[in-house]
Structures are given as C-alpha cells and as structure tokens.
Design a protein around this ligand. Structure first.
Ligand SMILES: Cc1cc2nc3c(=O)[nH]c(=O)nc-3n(C[C@H](O)[C@H](O)[C@H](O)COP(=O)(O)OP(=O)(O)OC[C@H]3O[C@@H](n4cnc5c(N)ncnc54)[C@H](O)[C@@H]3O)c2cc1C
Length: 453
C-alpha cells in the first residue's frame, strides 16, 4: 500500500494507519469492516491512478461519500476506502442550459443553497442534507418531493466515471433529449459503488418555484387519510409532497421536539405541500380543503407562516432521530403500490402485536414508500437477532405479496440483501452480475453488496 504515496504524495490524504473508525462503517455503525488504506483523491486523474493500482493487485476498493447510508454499503472488506468527500467543488452553474457541473463530494445542502440563490432549483430532497451528490446518485436518493419532481435519477444528465481498471469514461451530455445508443449512465445511478467511481456529475436544474405551502390534514383513521391520497393525485393539484404519519408516531416527534400538532384526537395526519406561483397557490389550497372535507378530514390547517411550517416539518423530519433517542433501530424503506399502504401498515401492526417488536411506520404516501423503524428496546443481542429476523421476514413477505419491493431510496447495501436476493428472479440477478463482470471482472469495486453474492 505504501506505493499509494507515489500516486498521492500528500500523507494527509493517504492514511495507512490510524484509519478513523467512522470510515469503516455506515451512519448507524452496526457493522465495522477493515481497510489497509484510506485515500482522499482530489481529481479524476488521482482516482484513475488509484483504481489502476488496485486493479493490477486485485485490491478491494470501497467508494465513500459522506457515509450517511443506513444499509452498510460503505462497510469495507479490506483494501482501500476511497473517500470522495474532498472533491467538493461546484464547477459550473449554467443558467442557460439549466445544468450544473459538480464534483461528487459536494454536499447536497450546500448545492441546494447555491442553486436557489441564483433563482434555480434542484428538486431531489432526501432527508439527510449532509450527504454528497455522488452518494445521492449512487443510491438514487429519493425524498419527499419525489411525488411531483421524481428522484435523483431524473436529474442526472451526465457523469464522468472511473472504471475498476482505471479507465475514464464520459457518459451523457447537456442535451435534453438523447436517443443515441444505450444510456449507460443509468446503470451507474443507484449502483451503490459496485460498477464505477463517479468523479464528476452533470445535473439538471429547473426554475425555482415562487412559493410553497404545507397543509396539515387530520383524519379519524389512517385508512381515511390514505384514501384521500389518490383523490389528491387525480385532482390536478400536483402536490410536491404527500406524507402520512400516525398519531402515535407524531407523539414521538412531539416529545422529541417539544412541539405540538393540532387535533390530537386524530389517528393519522396527511401532510401536503403545494408549490408554484404565489397567485396560484391560494386557489389550489382551497381546492385541497374542499377535497379533504369530502374525504372526511377532521379539520384542515394550511400553514402560512414560515416558522410554523418549519416546526410542522421538524416533527415529521425528526422521527428517525426521535426513535434512536429511545432505542437502537433497524430502518426499513419498503415500497408498496400506493393503494396498498393501509393494508401494509395494518399488517405491520398485526406483526407488532404477535411478536412484541415495536415498529414505527410513517412515510411518503404519494409514492408508497413506507419507512419503518424496528425498535430493539431492551433485548439482548441474541434476542434482538431472532426477533428482528422473525418480524422483518413477515413484513417483507407481506410487502412482496402486495406487489412491493425491498427499497425505495436507501438501497440494498449489506442489510437488505437477504430480502432483495430472495425476492428477485434469478434471471434479473444473473443479468446484473453479467453487467458487473463487464465493468469489473475482477470484482474489486464494493463487491458482496447489493445484488452481488
Ligand atoms: C437521518 C437520515 C435520513 C435519511 N433520509 C433519506 C431520504 O429521505 N432519502 C434517501 O434516499 N436517503 C436517505 N438517507 C440515506 C442517505 O443519506 C442516502 O443514501 C445518501 O444518498 C447517501 O449519500 P452519502 O454521500 O452519505 O453516500 P455514502 O453513504 O458514503 O455511500 C452510499 C453508497 O454510494 C457509494 N458511493 C458514494 N459516493 C460514490 C461515488 N462518488 N462513486 C461511486 N460510488 C459512490 C458508496 O460506495 C455506497 O455504496 C437518510 C440517512 C439518514 C442518516
């Protein structure tokens, strides 16, 4: 590994000892790997040279952004951790073509702030704003605005990638349309660092909406709330976000933040955000109000004040942290068809009763992405392993029965593999592995993760 100093002579950017623990795990730290080197490249050329070095010696390489994933996808299996977080320059914001060119280590929040200061907008908005754009692309990150704007995949126009053998490849361009051969960049998006290292990203931007408004709508039951969602989607209101959260879960957020939602007698709330031109929003809120009343809403709270809007979303946004303050948890981000959300959550409650394992459910009602935090409580390591496997087995089985899939946005990594591999037809797995073999026949890039056995 000392030869890495020939590639990057800066000893502060090539660590061969005292590798920080944080570089050997993900954001939850449930599993730690090992590595012989931690490298911080600053350019595509350096990444290419490091990959060539690793390729020739068959050394495993684990690419890493901010390490905020929750599925173990940055846990290294020896070799080199390639940390892209210092390649963090915004290289160009081109308002004429609505594109931005950035290095992969740019932090999402910094990018959103910069783009919005220029009157432009980058819609993907996953909850963890300290993640890098390279990490977001590698996991095809989603978030709350997906219902109107789509996910990260929809905002990638081009990528510069370094293959496992060190070759540099340019994919995509600033052009809007592209019917010119296979769209190879789509293979890299969501590939969790298994196919190539992203060293430059060409992102699509849109105009910044003038205004946005959130309405908090309480219902007597989750079923009533969820039944409202297709009506909202059909209405032409084009919501930016449609979230659901049960009262029992809101209480966790209320305790954590000290804030309160109105109408505590409700069993569930739907949160709807609308964005667009300032004049047009008031009319759309009225339509949403009428529609909710027709669907049996207990009340309707349009939040017009910025500080109160922030508070309402803080209660929703803190739920994972609120859960973690009480217990270790296993996060699940199953997706089911939107008309099956209630059936799925009812099943989750049934499993909770039968197994005694608490599962906090909330999520993106507009796209069927249900987040579950499965709580360890005071279980011993042995009990936790058994009880978690039993409850997750039942929950995934029901999701698959309803037509759902393993992950909507967190990815597969290490922890979701048993469920993903068990549910995916062999032919699909074989095709994915053939693609892996084509791009990385020596299996050095983040092997044994996601679809790889
Ligand atoms: C509190 C919390 C809330 C979250 N909310 C959301 C949410 O709402 N939506 C959502 O989608 N996710 C969410 N996440 C998950 C996480 O933030 C995302 O998966 C994010 O996209 C990971 O980005 P990162 O920079 O941290 O990547 P990392 O965690 O460092 O890496 C993730 C994967 O990408 C690969 N990778 C990273 N950079 C590169 C690169 N340049 N080239 C090739 N491969 C690379 C890694 O090998 C790994 O497989 C949340 C996480 C937390 C802790």
């Amino acid at each position: 590994m000392r030869e890495l100093y020939d590639i990057i002579p800066d000893r502060e950017r090539v660590l061969l000892e005292s590798i920080p623990e944080a570089a050997l795990t993900d954001s939850l730290g449930r599993c730690r790997g090992t590595a012989e080197a931690l490298v911080y490249p600053l350019s595509t050329e350096e990444v290419s040279a490091v990959m060539r070095f690793a390729w020739e010696r068959r050394i495993p390489v684990t690419p890493r952004g901010a390490g905020t994933n929750v599925v173990g996808s940055t846990v290294p299996a020896g070799g080199i951790v390639l940390d892209l977080s210092r390649m963090n320059r915004i290289l160009e914001i081109d308002a004429e073509t609505f594109t931005a060119t950035v290095e992969p280590g740019v932090v999402l929040k910094d990018f959103q702030t910069e783009v919005e200061s220029l009157g432009l907008f980058y819609p993907p908005d996953p909850g963890e704003k300290t993640a890098t754009l390279g990490g977001n692309i590698s996991t095809n990150a989603g978030g709350m605005r997906a219902v109107k704007y789509g996910v990260t995949r929809d905002y990638v126009r081009g990528l510069t990638v370094v293959l496992a053998n060190g070759d540099v490849v340019e994919l995509g361009s600033k052009n809007v349309k592209d019917a010119s051969g296979l769209d190879l960049k789509q293979l890299i998006i969501g590939s969790e660092g298994t196919l190539a290292v992203i060293t430059r990203c060409l992102l699509r931007l849109v105009g910044k909406p003038q205004a946005s408004l959130t309405a908090l709508i309480p219902f007597a039951s989750l079923k009533d709330g969820i039944r409202t969602v297709p009506a909202v989607l059909k209405s032409g209101l084009q919501p930016t976000a449609v979230e659901f959260v049960e009262r029992s879960v809101v209480e966790l957020g209320e305790r954590f933040t000290g804030l309160r939602y109105p109408c505590p007698e409700a069993e569930a709330y739907i949160l709807v955000t609308l964005d667009g031109s300032a004049e047009d929003i008031d009319g759309r809120v009225e339509l949403l109000h009428d529609l909710s009343a027709r669907q049996g809403a207990l009340d309707f709270f349009p939040i017009r004040d910025a500080a109160r809007t922030e508070e309402v979303w803080r209660v929703r946004g803190c739920l994972v942290k609120a859960v973690e303050a009480t217990s270790e948890q296993e996060p699940v981000d199953i997706v089911v068809p939107i008309d099956k959300i209630t059936d799925f959550v009812v099943h989750v409650h049934k499993v909770e009763k039968e197994t005694g394992v608490q599962m906090v459910a909330f999520g993106h009602a507009g796209d069927g992405n249900v987040h579950l935090c499965v709580l360890r409580g005071s279980r011993s390591a042995e009990e936790w392993k058994t009880d978690l496997a039993a409850s997750l087995g039942q929950v995934y089985a029901e999701a698959f029965r309803l037509g759902g899939i393993t992950s909507g946005e967190h990815g597969i990594g290490l922890y979701k593999r048993p469920f993903y591999l068990s549910h995916t037809p062999e032919i699909n797995l074989t095709l994915q592995r053939r693609i892996k073999e084509t791009l990385d026949e020596r299996h050095i890039l983040n092997d044994h993760k996601s679809y790889l056995r």
